[in-house]
Design a protein around this ligand. Structure first.
Ligand code: PEP
Ligand code: MG
Length: 883
């Protein structure tokens, strides 16, 4: 249903079936939108006839008539895609108000103020959405018609010393409506249509058009929503929240979307229309006691002000949760005491809330374990692994401002006052906090680029708050102490003034702002997280290992559920902490003048290799550890600075010029396709021999010391079975020698990486020698695309922008191309050895979408960095339980 009616349309239909009070209306399908675009932006043939049929039915239900001069029905045209895109597309309300219908409506309602308020809103929205945006008019100086009209409204209010819109009288509003129409004619060159029929057609087209509006397109790119889905249009009779003090409008969540607590949570405004709540124009009132906070506790709640209607709304909350078995985000309007439901959809939530709600609903018996697994997305789980402010350290700092806690977690970064600046900083790798006056969906890309978002205005349900929460961004809105001066590019809070580049630190869970760095901690200690992961592991069938090469990383990985190490890169002992001594020996080995000399240095190096592998294998006791032979081109390790070269020449007892010649001799034009991987071991067998010896000795020693090591040896970059056989001969010989020297039985597996297209093609032969395969999808992607993994970033950026590629193939596996090779490699390998153990150790092993693919390809395990393990476990479980 959702695909055809869009989320909003399908749920409106569902609410009708549940007998809830929904204003009459109908939905124009997403197919019509697709048709509209395929048809050069013409409405599909016969559509308007069907629309008028639908209108006649709605009129019957509502007892009013569209365009009628005595008893007119007004309608809204609202967008609604398959998956929710909050605030990214357009909506027009109060359609049908014109000279013909206004007098009758005034007479009927005896409320001219309400009628003119609705009229000026229609004019503002229609001019913006239908007459400007849908017509593709680029506003002069970036100042659109909506802003111009808003400014006129503000100036008018100021001239009358009004503080709020509600003080505007009927005469004021009538005057403004006339003013607005003149401005529109002058600015846009066309009259505002004084014709109900034209207005409706314009509204429908404008919603279709908004599917391709800038912000909608930007949001789709970020969320990966296909362009050809299209939006539905919901045409629905208006219910009015602005007819006076007996009317109101509100937005609520059936549970708290920030924390997940099972408390009804929302905001409302009296005598207002829906857009007032979400647009952040007025600070909304709390729905009930549970929604009160520091900023809004002085404002009257609906629970206090309209207890009967509030009770009815609470009943609807229960009916909806029972029906949808999920947390819903609802919009409602009260017209003269009568409650109408305008919308409901499964609500966006933070990672913490997703986890809390899934576990609560499981305990409430609403959903089963498999559904619990489906309810938390890997991205939401990832959010839980992100840091929060350390409350102990936080207590030592002074809060400079308070706002509404719209998106939890912590953020620390420099101030960015525009979306462009936030994007620029992100590109430069600089953490930033986007500080804005109000929550504006046009900022969607900047919000994405920011580490935290802080706004002066807006409520908890404002669009920016919804979007930020959906992304798990730390976000504070409605921070009224902020004074932003865009001309001087400064932010003032009380006495203090900050400029772009100064730091701010946000506690999005509590809505607190600091102007100093506060320490952060990890959120995974949450006991619910542990409980959830137990359910995940119960249903997961594919193994999950980690890529780690130090005891510390291994310990971390074990905490995150690693079932072994899928990739220990031996060369990592030559980088970072404690690497100086072994690196010095490695350099001498690399630059040796003869095999004899090289062997001498290798003997020294062996001690370090043994020590390194032993440390990690000991921590991974009882679980497999795959050690990969040294892989990178040796030239990567040679010294480059003059003094280091001179020092090395002295240690080797040769002239600087000779050493430079040797260094020069190691240079390659395409090192990634040169002397690396197994090729090193073929050209210099002694390098492999040393590693085999270190590994076997480590195994035997650990076992003698009472441990249970599970050794796996892996050869990188293999392209042919003959390479693997060549190395196996050395391995077998060394194995026998170490076993006899140490009087021990040493078990191990001998396998290979599959990371060059040729290896996948000859996988059947390779499997005759290999006990296991591990797909190195980093290199496999590099070699399949012919993209250098170290240089390709800017190309991929452009490719994504121009839609040449849907995603970065180094992050998400290219299933169409590289994926075929992976499948082929698995199939051919298992043709030879049906029980062949197969895994993945490229970066894709921690990418949820790719993990699902690997599951389907029949992998035994994926291996990824320690912090991505929970994601990989969840993605694997989700793949096992299905959608
Ligand atoms: C790979 O190529 O996918 C791999 C894991 O090896 P590396 O990243 O070390 O080249
Ligand atoms: Mg590789």
């Amino acid at each position: 249903m959702k695909n055809l009616l869009g989320g909003k349309g399908a749920n409106l239909a569902e609410m009708c079936l549940l007998g809830l009070p929904v204003p009459a209306g109908f939905t124009i399908t997403t197919e019509c939108c697709t048709d509209y675009y395929e048809n050069n932006c013409e409405l599909p043939e016969g559509l308007m006839e069907q629309v008028w049929d639908g209108m006649r039915k709605a009129e019957q239900v509502m007892g009013t008539k569209y365009g009628d001069k005595d008893n007119c029905m007004l309608v809204s045209c609202r967008s609604g895609a398959r998956s929710s895109m909050p605030g990214m597309m357009d909506t027009v309300l109060n359609i049908g108000l014109c000279s013909e219908t206004i007098p009758g409506l005034i007479k009927k309602t005896d409320n001219p103020r309400f009628v003119y308020d609705s009229y000026r809103r229609l004019i503002m929205m229609y001019a913006d959405v239908v007459m400007e945006k849908a017509e593709g008019i680029e506003p002069v100086d970036g100042v659109g018609i909506r802003k111009i009209l808003d400014d006129v409204l503000d100036e008018y209010k100021e001239s009358k010393s009004y503080k709020s819109d509600t003080e505007l009288t009927s005469e004021d509003l009538q005057f403004l409506a006339t003013e607005f129409k003149t401005i529109i004619k002058n600015k846009l060159g066309v009259e505002f249509p004084d014709d109900a029929t034209k207005q409706l057609e314009g509204g429908i087209k404008a919603v279709f058009k908004s599917w391709n509006g800038k912000k909608a397109v930007a949001y789709r790119r970020i969320e990966g929503i296909p362009d050809d889905w299209g939006t539905a249009v919901n045409v629905q009779a208006m219910a009015f929240g602005n007819t006076g003090d007996g009317s109101a409008t509100g937005v609520a969540f059936t549970r708290n979307p920030a924390t997940g607590e099972n408390l009804f949570y929302g905001e409302w405004l009296k005598n207002a229309q829906g857009e007032d709540v979400v647009a952040g124009i007025r600070t909304p009132n709390p729905l009930n006691d549970d929604t009160k906070n520091e900023q809004n506790k002085h404002l009257v709640s609906m629970q206090e002000d309209m207890p009967e209607t509030y009770k009815e709304l609470c009943e609807i909350r229960t009916i909806l949760e029972n029906n949808f078995r999920d947390m819903l985000d609802i919009e409602f309007t009260i017209q003269d005491g009568k409650l109408y439901m305008l919308q409901c959809r499964v609500g966006k939530r933070t990672g913490v809330a997703a986890l809390t709600m899934a576990m609560d609903m499981f305990k409430e018996g609403r959903i089963d374990e498999k559904e619990v697994i489906r309810r938390v997305s890997p991205t939401q789980l990832d959010e839980l692994l992100h840091p929060i402010l350390d409350s102990k350290d936080e207590a030592k700092h002074t809060v400079v401002a308070k706002g509404l806690p719209a998106g939890p977690g912590g953020a620390l970064g420099v101030i960015a006052l525009t979306s462009e600046e936030a994007m620029r900083l992100q590109k430069a790798g600089i953490a930033n906090v986007l500080v804005r006056e109000e929550t504006n969906p046009e900022d969607v890309e900047g919000m994405r680029a920011a580490d935290g978002i802080l706004t002066a205005r807006g409520g908890m349900t404002s669009h920016a708050a919804l979007v930020a929460r959906g992304w798990g961004k730390c976000c504070i809105v409605g921070c009224e102490a902020l004074q932003i001066n865009m001309e001087n590019k400064t932010v003032t809070i009380g006495e203090k003034t900050y400029k772009e580049g100064d730091i701010l630190c946000l506690n999005g869970t509590k809505g607190l702002v600091y102007d100093e760095k506060v320490a952060m901690i990890n959120a995974t200690e949450n006991p619910l997280f542990q409980e959830f992961m137990q359910i995940v592991d119960k249903y997961r069938t594919m193994g999950v290992r980690t890529n780690a090469d130090t005891p510390e990383d291994t310990e971390q990985a074990l905490k995150f559920g690693a079932e072994g190490i899928g990739l220990f890169r031996i060369e990592h002992m030559f980088y970072g902490k404690n690497s100086e001594a072994p690196l010095a020996i490695l350099r001498k080995m690399i630059l040796s003048g003869s095999t004899e000399e090289r062997k001498k240095w290798l003997n020294e190096l062996q001690v370090y290799i043994k020590q390194s592998v032993k440390g990690t294998m000991k921590v991974m006791n009882g679980k497999p550890v795959t050690f990969r032979l040294i892989d990178p081109p040796l030239h990567e390790f040679v010294p480059h600075t003059e003094d280091k070269v001179a020092q090395l020449a002295e240690e080797l007892g040769i002239k600087v010029s000779e050493l430079k010649d040797r260094i020069e001799g190691l240079k390659e034009v395409n090192p990634m396709m040169g002397l690396r991987g197994v090729r090193l071991g073929i050209i210099y067998p002694e390098i492999s021999e040393t590693q085999f010896r270190a590994l076997f000795e480590a195994e035997a020693e650990l076992r003698k010391e009472g441990n249970d090591p599970h050794l796996e040896i892996m050869v990188p970059l293999t392209v042919s079975v003959t390479e693997l056989k060549h190395q196996k001969e050395i391995c077998d010989r060394v194995h026998a020698e170490v076993e006899s020297a140490m009087g021990a039985k040493i078990n191990y597996l001998y396998g290979t990486m599959i990371e060059i297209p040729r290896a996948t093609l000859v996988a059947d032969e390779i499997a005759t020698v290999a006990d296991f395969f591990s797909f190195g999808t980093n290199d496999l992607t590099q070699m399949t695309f012919g993209f250098s993994r170290d240089d390709v970033n800017s190309i991929i950026g452009e490719y994504k922008e121009k839609k040449i590629l849907p995603a970065d193939p180094f992050q998400t596996l290219d299933q169409e191309g590289v994926g075929q090779l992976v499948k082929l490699g698995v199939e051919r390998g298992r043709n030879t050895k049906p029980q062949l153990k197969v895994g993945v150790c490229g970066e894709h092993g921690g990418d949820p979408e790719s993990v699902e693919f690997f599951f389907k390809a029949g992998m035994n395990y994926v291996s990824c960095s320690p912090f991505r393990l929970p994601l990989a476990r969840l993605a694997a479980a989700q793949a096992a339980v299905g959608k």
